[in-house]
Design a protein around this ligand. Structure first.
Ligand code: ZN
Length: 468
């Protein structure tokens, strides 16, 4: 038995998830994500560390860009196999990859103009990392699978997808390898959700796992005890409505926007908030919400029950999905109190910036943050209490109420990750910790060593191990 694992991304960092498993003459890539952390972004431009043509299949855990965002480049550079994932993942990945290609094209054009003006050249050519055409060329490679369905890469290497409970369609993937009379299995956790989240199910507990490659985004901490998320949202809506301002919600397009709508719907049914107009001002979030509506088979029990008793939480009577930029601009002329949900989630781009410009100087308005704000982003600067911020080239005093609602994370924390591993019927032979900043991954390793007698390793970029 010889299985080779090579860690090609998200090794002591969070983005660029990419792992290769090689066994019995077959090469499988698990995820092919984009590097988003500034210090690692150059890796997006480097040639693939292994020849794309030599890879037989890609197994995709979910549609977040840091897991699927380099697929167009992989295909352009010669990958010819299938990209296996759930149907919801395929549908959402299409939306996300087209958006990403569009941003890459815009970025390249901005860079070209900037360099021209400054009369200099950057280290890489001023071309998009990949184009819309490249993104479209990778879609025919998608081959959808169902949860618990086993697919054969060849007759000795098989993969089974199960629900990771992270975002709609997200999977953990178990790869089984047979060699003579021996059998080994390697589980790739992808991103692991938390128990009791709205809409998606709790993470699955797979059986007969020998090796685990596990994420550790929150491997060094526990989530803050969350008050009741719904109560917190209701407080913001009610007080802002009373003051006569708007509630501006910077939100990620996948999962977070749909969770907000879910909570708002429940609050309306409970008469805990007034019927105010809600704008989902993100074409990407609107398209992804449609994918959610088309996949009721993926909902958890509460959501299924909710729909039986009421209707889809995504069909609020006062919900408007803004499409064109004119529709988006028209929102600012509405005089009554409204809620505006827009991207990007950390205020680094997108329509949220215009809504911030129109509301951040109004003491009667609220900016309600519902997601993680990375250091250096406009969202983080606002959350950290800046008195003045620069948005779209202008300075604005921060007068609006700034609220951060905790309890929305889609990643299991240290304790929840350990609990999840502890539910496995048999102890794994070894755990490889990935997809966490170096400190977080190492701290999670120490934490596991303190709690168990498992073998634990925190691989580095391009490390290679042989599993027996
Ligand atoms: Zn994710």
């Amino acid at each position: 038995m010889q299985i080779k694992l090579k860690f090609l991304g998200a090794a002591q960092n969070v983005t660029g998830s990419r792992h290769m498993l090689e066994a019995n003459g077959v090469r499988v890539l698990i995820d092919c994500g984009l590097y988003q952390e500034r210090q690692f972004r150059d890796r997006n431009w480097e040639p693939f560390p292994i020849k794309p043509k030599s890879i037989d299949a890609v197994l995709l855990t979910h549609a977040h860009l840091d897991h699927c965002g380099l697929l167009p480049k992989l295909v352009r550079e010669g990958f010819r196999g299938k990209i296996y994932c759930t149907d919801a993942t395929a549908e959402i990945a299409r939306i996300i990859l087209l958006d990403s290609a569009h941003l890459q094209e815009e970025d390249a054009e901005h860079k070209r103009r900037r360099h021209e003006k400054q009369g200099r050249k950057g280290p890489y050519p001023e071309v998009p990392l990949y184009t819309t055409q490249d993104a479209e060329a990778c879609f025919p490679h998608f081959k959808t699978v169902k949860y618990q369905q086993t697919i054969e890469i060849n007759n000795t290497v098989k993969a089974t997808f199960c629900d990771a409970g992270h975002v709609l369609g997200s999977s953990m993937i178990k790869v089984d390898v047979k060699h003579n009379s021996q059998q080994r299995s390697v589980l790739f956790s992808g991103d692991i959700g938390r128990p009791d989240r709205p809409i998606v199910r709790d993470p699955n507990i797979p059986e007969n796992v020998d090796y685990v490659v596990i994420e550790s985004t929150y491997g060094d901490r526990e989530h803050k005890p969350t008050g009741d998320v719904k109560d917190d949202i209701a407080d913001v809506v009610n007080s802002t409505k009373k003051a006569g301002g708007n509630i501006v919600v910077p939100s990620f397009a996948l999962e977070r926007a749909q969770e907000i709508l879910y909570y708002i719907n429940e609050l309306l049914l409970e008469n805990a908030i007034p019927h105010l107009k809600i704008f989902l001002d993100s074409p990407m979030a609107s398209r992804i919400t449609k994918v959610f509506e088309q996949h009721p088979e993926l909902y958890d029990e509460e959501m299924t029950e909710f729909i039986k008793q009421h209707q889809s939480p995504f069909k609020l009577p006062n919900l408007k999905m803004a499409g064109t930029s004119d529709e988006s601009k028209a929102i600012n002329h509405i005089k009554e109190s409204i809620m505006i949900i827009a991207g990007s989630g950390m205020c680094t781009g997108g329509r949220i910036k215009y809504h911030l410009v129109n509301n951040i100087t109004r003491p009667e308005s609220s900016i309600m943050f519902v997601g993680y704000q990375a250091i250096g982003t406009l969202g983080r600067i606002i959350v950290d209490g800046a008195k003045e911020v620069r948005i779209l080239g202008e300075q604005y005093p921060v007068k609006a109420k700034i609220v951060q609602i905790h309890g929305f994370s889609a990643h299991a924390d240290r304790n929840e990750l350990h609990k999840w591993l502890s539910k496995f019927k048999t102890s794994p032979k070894k755990i490889f910790i990935v997809h966490g900043e170096s400190d977080s991954a190492k701290a999670f390793g120490e934490y596991l060593k303190g709690k168990t007698n498992w073998q634990v390793s925190v691989p580095q970029y391009q490390d290679e191990v042989i599993l027996d």
